[in-house]
Design a protein around this ligand. Structure first.
Ligand code: ATP
Length: 435
């Protein structure tokens, strides 16, 4: 993990948030390469789940929502984690993460299991208390109105369900998709971007006739599987589906599958898919006093739809993509080559173009021409004329560029270029127009 974190920092993928001021715990900033990778992941998701399907629609709701949203959803009362403090060193921890404990863990369970403080090694725990993870903020010139930064994107979808039905009137089943920031005041943010206080989610609320939920759940689960393997290039053997047992599920959920990934930090939740019944729409119906019923087209049948929710965390997915792509290989001369074998659809750059020699104007001119053509065609193309060719290849390997194109003297004669492959290191001559 440390090697990947260092690579991300060194090459401009991800930096600690506000690092110039000593950082801000639980926040991360994306550099030129990181933002492209993140955007590629989010765009591929949008294309796969929204644009290529007839039954999905997008929304983009505000981050600051009417606080009644969080009353109705139960977040104000129950969106909390068990917090415990070490009375010796005053470090705070999420009590359930200190061992095999549930969210209702109490201090006596920590003591019985002889749990020691991970920071100072002593065993002197405070009482466990429930700590609400929503960030509060004040709205308005006099700051009299309290509000929250949304802790999930889902509620911005539910609150727009009625707007979509009234304006678009889609056939059931249909899904509403949203991508955007979410904020959680995590007790101990850790493991790089895995557990942050500010992160991005990609969520779908899929509205179904309750009689069909089982079949629709399976179909969505299969789509998630396909997306992770085919579009994100994650190896099947590193992905695991955990059927969450009833006592670990949210009380309203009748089925939840956590999709876990083998990260270097261990097997952890990458995303989840949950059958949320009519819990959210019923809450809104009660709190807002407006009917959330769906009237089946051409009939008098009406009911409040049930919901299946696939919920992806962008940073956890990005971290899985980076971990799956990272490799070190021994090369000639006893050296090690670092390769980020990112799938071509995700790599920040598809091509790197360079002249063999930087001080030969005719090579530079031809290379610039090829660079401009490829940029116009693919967008994600970079230029590199620093150092020698070997060094340029190593750098591009590290940032995951699948192909390096080099313009040499033969290129001026016959219009072909050398194309060097990141994964095999094989080189071939290709006509410029074939790129
Ligand atoms: P965990 O148990 O790891 O705290 P969760 O079950 O609370 O996660 P959900 O509420 O189901 O997570 O959120 C949906 C998705 O959002 C998660 O699967 C994960 O990908 C992402 N996510 C949740 N919390 C964080 C966080 N603090 N940092 C980064 N991503 C997160």
């Amino acid at each position: 993990m440390e090697k990947i974190v260092n690579l991300c920092k060194r090459r401009g993928f991800i930096w600690q948030g506000s690092d110039v001021y000593g950082g801000m715990a639980g926040t991360w900033d994306f550099g030129p390469l990181g933002v492209t990778l993140k955007k590629r992941i989010m765009d591929e998701w949008w294309k796969f789940f929204v644009e290529e399907r007839e039954d999905m629609y997008g929304v983009d709701a505000a981050i600051i929502m009417n606080p009644r949203t969080w009353e109705a959803s139960g977040h104000t009362k129950t969106f909390s984690d068990p917090l415990v403090e070490c009375k010796e060193c005053h470090q705070r921890f999420r009590a359930d993460k200190l061992g095999e404990f549930g969210a209702d863990v109490e201090t006596k369970a920590l003591v019985a299991a002889k749990v020691k403080c991970p920071s100072c090694g002593k065993m002197n725990w405070s009482e466990v208390r429930q700590f609400n993870m929503m960030f509060e903020t004040l709205v308005g010139a006099t700051g009299e109105d309290e509000a929250y930064l949304r802790p999930e994107t889902a509620q911005g979808i539910f609150t727009n369900y009625k707007n979509v039905v009234d304006t678009v009137y889609p056939d059931l089943p249909f899904g509403l998709a949203q991508q955007g920031k979410a904020f959680r005041n995590e007790i101990s943010p850790r493991d790089f971007v895995f557990r942050s206080r500010e992160f991005s989610q990609m969520e779908i609320e899929y509205f179904v006739n309750p009689t069909t939920w089982e079949e629709q759940f399976e179909k969505l689960l299969a789509s998630c599987r396909e997306f992770l393997r085919e579009k994100m290039g994650l190896p099947a053997e590193a992905i695991h589906e955990l059927e969450v047992p009833e006592n670990d599920r949210a009380h309203y959920s009748k089925r939840t599958v956590d999709i876990e990934f083998d990260y270097p930090i261990g097997r952890e939740e990458l995303m989840g898919i949950a059958y949320r019944t009519d819990f959210d729409l019923m809450n809104i119906q009660r709190e807002a006093g407006k009917s959330m019923e769906y009237i089946v087209k051409g009939s008098t049948e009406r009911f409040v739809p049930h919901v299946i929710e696939p919920s992806f965390g962008v940073e956890r997915l990005l971290m899985a993509v980076l971990c799956a792509a990272y490799r070190e290989e021994a090369v000639e001369g006893g050296e090690t080559r670092v390769v980020l074998a990112l799938p071509e659809n995700l790599a920040p750059y598809r091509y790197c173009v360079s002249p063999l020699l930087k001080n030969k104007p005719e090579l530079v001119e031809k290379a610039r021409e090829v660079y401009a053509t490829l940029r116009a065609k693919y967008g994600r193309v970079t230029w590199d004329d620093s150092g020698n060719i070997g060094k340029r290849y190593r750098k591009q390997d590290e940032i995951g560029t699948p192909k390096c194109v080099v313009i040499d003297f033969d290129s001026l004669e016959d219009g072909t270029v050398t194309v060097r492959d990141r994964d095999t290191m094989a080189q071939e001559r290709v006509a410029v127009e074939k790129l």
